[in-house]
Write a protein that binds this ligand. Structure first.
Ligand code: ARG
Ligand code: ZN
Length: 866
């Protein structure tokens, strides 16, 4: 049941207009669709049957062509397809379907979230609403009428502008919406509910006034301001940086609590997971505020990169996602600290995306085949896809890149296109040849760059020798060399920058020559992480310490420190024996001490530099992952560093304490809080009583969730069990009515490394705040345990694996998308020791042997077992 990119064919039929009527009721929803269909002149002449998509569970009540009702002999319904053999060249198809939104637990198509109706159609949810050529290259003009009981559903929304409304005698009312922009069905949306709204206006660069509305449940009305501010900033930024204006009179966002992903860019009517739109200092952490800003911008930017110019087919998903992630990352970098944003993004890429590249589901940015497209909303398509666009930006430079994006939007406005069309526009605007560069879209895996150098004292000539390779990935044994920008600097041992620039690497092996150097330079390589590769260069400790102190590239400063820590930690992980005392060399302690004393340094940057690489990062780098050694070595090293620099940590804590200043989520304050809480974390690692007191004090006195939750997490994840239980109970009583805060409460406990973790999460799964129908709750508890608590999930008993498999099998019948995502940790079974990997494999096999798996879970399980 796999689908292949190479089989793509243009649609035989086009739907120029789509009229939809929804009768929303408690027990059922009736959908009347009226499609104006004509044959596609570009699909090759001979008349083809009309084939529509429609989910098996959808009840078809009536079907007619040009008002002639069809009986069951006139069409064939098979699986997800409905075929009508004989149709005229142009006709109107009418279709009535019955849906059961209140029973829709998959949260795809039309469903109910906390009593309100909402939709999620990307990628293939529209076929659960009506029969339709549900593919992104069929673009249609939509007109939608919603009818519902007025008292329960006073707000009725769909895409575009409201054009008519009215009341009926029986307490029902209706609203008609028209979206003038042709769009694929995956961008369709509706919402019906009893919602409050925050309103604002925005004046576009050309003077059009746009009404901005953010809808939420009444209790959340005070959590919408930040999203509104973020939206206005994003609208301005897209005008200034890309010359893109908004194109409708209204822009709406709706917050819903039951949502499979983060948010959705439906034309004019974005639907958001509450976790990505609600923000309030008392209930939202700094990371939460930044996520809201980033996701609001991301969905807004899709209006051009995704909606006005959309994807030809789902293999092109990165066309809109990679580009839009790049756009939102640049926006966040402009709004906050550029270097810190880059460090965060690269950390995610290096841990999660590199791990994906090394696992059984590895795929190119433009996949070649899939069974279930939902499984391809991945870090590779999104984050690596964004890195690929970033490289185009680096190779062309900002001006030519802008010329290229202008040409892309202009050339393809209103079209459904491919990643190749994107690259072509960049080529045509810049005159550059990106033929070889295109391999980034078609080859999977993380390339390795091996760099060596040589210096000739007599001539002052220095050379960098670069060789590249890329390990095999499923279905791709051999890889061709990549074309990539390698940003670099050459530094003197005292830190002076002697040269800098961007090298274009294209060959499997090549050398670059620099002349006129009076000393052997230290290379600062891959500055700003200019390409998504693993770079090896045999740095000495002294060189890394110098770069950590002096590199003018902030990213590489951080990276030098990380390299040093990783090397040190890997040595001790490899030599690990239970009870062994970890050590940290004085040179590193001195360097960190120096950084801590440097009051000129940006606290956010400092916090990044003083963070040890995560367990996930160390796992990704290991040949065979030893979860216990990784955990114990990291914990032990933290303690050594904490004790050695105890006074400095305290000083940093005090320096960054924003005591009498009201909370603000600006970059500077966020930076100070991050250093403060990092310092508190190290202090807590000493295990000394006064710091527990300090944490408890911070917990009690803080006016914001960042400080409160940090203190809670540190106490819970410390050996002070009684204090932990007391604070957890206190936190629960304080916040039990805030679902998003309760997600955090679940996560903190799910990731608690103390003994008995599995028992605790099992108990929590029975707790009243847990709701197994809600994806956010599942991610917090199950995702938290299996993803954020490696020593317990990977306990040698295998009970963690069995527990996850039980959940997957249960969830698969209710919400396959969520089940398939939660499954990820088990797919990495080959990376662990023989005993663990056998236990993981056993659970995968158990799932494989279960009849009637969803396509989502089947695809992941079957590919993992290969
Ligand atoms: N296009 C959305 C975004 O990137 C993601 C929605 C994906 N949803 C899904 N069910 N696969 O913002
Ligand atoms: Zn997106």
């Amino acid at each position: 049941q796999a689908i292949y990119l190479e089989d793509y064919q243009a649609p035989a039929w086009l739907v120029t207009h789509t009229e939809l009527d929804f009768e929303l009721e408690e027990e059922q929803t009736l959908v009347r669709a009226r499609l104006s269909i004509k044959s596609n002149p570009e699909s090759g002449g001979k008349r083809q049957p009309l084939v529509l998509n429609g989910h098996e569970d959808m009840e078809l009540l009536r079907l007619s062509i040009d008002s002639q009702v069809l009986d069951s002999g006139d069409y064939r319904r098979e699986g997800e397809l409905l075929t009508i053999a004989n149709v005229p060249d142009q006709f109107v198809l009418e279709c009535v379907t019955r849906l059961l939104p209140h029973e829709n637990t998959a949260l795809e198509g039309l469903y109910k979230s906390d009593g309100m109706f909402c939709t999620q159609c990307e990628a293939e949810g529209f076929r659960r609403i009506t029969f339709f050529p549900d593919r992104p290259d069929v673009m249609s003009i939509f007109k939608t009428t919603l009818t519902a009981e007025k008292s329960r559903y006073p707000i009725l929304l769909s895409n575009g502008n409201p054009v008519a409304s009215g009341e009926e005698s029986d307490g029902r009312h209706w609203v008609t919406w028209e979206d003038p922009w042709p769009k694929p069905a995956y961008l369709f949306a509706l919402v019906a509910g009893d919602l409050e709204v925050l309103e604002d206006r925005y004046l576009t660069a050309s003077g059009r006034e746009v009404r901005l509305q953010i809808f939420a449940e009444r209790k959340d009305l005070d959590k919408l301001e930040y999203a509104m501010e973020s939206l206005k900033k994003a609208m301005r930024w897209d005008e200034e940086v890309y010359g893109r204006e908004y194109d409708l009179d209204i822009y709406m966002i709706v917050a819903v609590d039951f949502f499979n992903m983060g948010a959705m860019e439906n034309k004019g009517l974005n639907i958001f997971n509450t976790s990505c739109v609600l923000a309030h200092p008392k209930t939202t952490t700094d990371a939460g505020f930044q996520r809201v800003e980033g996701v609001v911008a991301h969905e807004y930017f899709h209006n051009w990169s995704g909606n006005r110019v959309t994807c030809r087919d789902w293999f092109q998903l990165s066309l809109k996602e990679g580009f839009t992630v790049f756009r939102d990352a640049e926006f966040s970098a402009d709004m906050n600290s550029r270097t810190v944003k880059r460090i965060e993004d690269v950390s995610l890429l290096r841990t999660a995306q590199f791990a994906e590249d090394a696992g059984p589901m590895a795929h190119p940015v433009r996949p070649e085949s899939y069974i279930e497209i939902s499984n391809f909303y991945t870090l590779t398509v999104y984050e690596k896809g964004a890195e690929v666009v970033r490289m185009v930006h680096a190779l062309l430079g900002p001006e030519l890149f802008r010329k290229g994006s202008d040409l892309y939007f202009e050339r393809h406005d209103g079209e459904a296109v491919t990643t190749d069309d994107f690259v072509k526009a960049m080529e045509d605007a810049s005159g550059r040849d990106l033929t070889q560069f295109r391999r980034w879209y078609s080859q999977a895996g993380t390339p390795r760059l091996n760099v060596t150098d040589s210096y000739d004292e007599a001539s002052g000539e220095y050379q960098l020798h670069i060789s590249q390779s890329c390990p095999p990935s499923p279905g791709q044994e051999h890889k061709q060399p990549y074309h990539l920008p390698l940003a670099f600097g050459l530094l003197g041992m005292d830190g002076t920058e002697l040269r800098s620039g961007v090298l274009e690497v294209t060959a499997e092996e090549e050398s670059f020559r620099f002349t006129g150097l009076n000393e052997r330079p230290v290379p600062s390589l891959l500055r700003g992480f200019s390409a998504p590769v693993k770079l090896e260069y045999d740095y000495s400790d002294a060189q890394l310490l110098m770069l950590l102190r002096h590199d003018t590239d902030g990213f590489n400063r951080w990276d030098a420190g990380q390299r040093l820590c990783i090397r040190l930690m890997q040595e001790q992980i490899d030599a690990y024996r239970p009870g062994a005392e970890p050590s940290v060399p004085d040179a590193l302690l001195n360097a960190w001490s120096e950084l801590l004393l440097d009051e000129q340094l940006d606290p956010a940057m400092l916090a990044q530099c003083l963070k040890l690489p995560s367990e996930a990062q160390l796992a990704e780098l290991a040949d065979t992952i030893d979860v216990v050694a990784i955990h114990e070595v990291r914990k032990g090293m933290r303690k050594v560093i904490a004790e050695a620099l105890e006074q400095q940590w305290l000083a940093a804590y005090q320096r960054c304490d924003l005591k009498d200043v009201a909370y603000s989520p600006d970059a500077e304050s966020i930076g100070r809080r991050s250093l403060k809480n990092l310092a508190l974390g190290y202090l807590m690692s000493t295990g000394r009583e006064p710091w527990l007191e300090l944490a408890r004090q911070q917990y009690e006195q803080s006016d914001n969730m960042t400080d409160q939750l940090s203190a809670l997490t540190l106490v819970v994840h410390s050996p002070h069990r009684e204090s932990a239980d007391e604070l957890l109970q206190n936190f629960y009583l304080q916040w039990q009515h805030e679902p998003l805060v309760m997600n955090q409460w679940l996560s903190v406990q799910a990731s608690d490394p103390a003994e008995g973790a599995l028992e605790r999460v099992k108990q929590l799964s029975e707790h009243p705040v847990f709701d197994a129908w809600n994806p956010n709750k599942l991610r917090a508890l199950i995702g938290g345990f299996c993803g954020q608590n490696p020593i317990h999930f990977h306990n040698e008993s295998g009970e963690g694996y069995a527990w996850l498999a039980d959940w997957i099998l249960h969830l698969d019948r209710q919400n396959p998308q969520v089940a398939s995502r939660l499954l990820t940790p088990l797919t990495r079974w080959k990376r662990y020791d023989a005993a663990r990997s056998a236990l993981m494999q056993k659970q995968l096999q158990r799932m494989m042997d279960t009849p009637e798996l969803s396509a989502d879970v089947y695809e992941v399980v079957s590919k993992s077992l290969v």
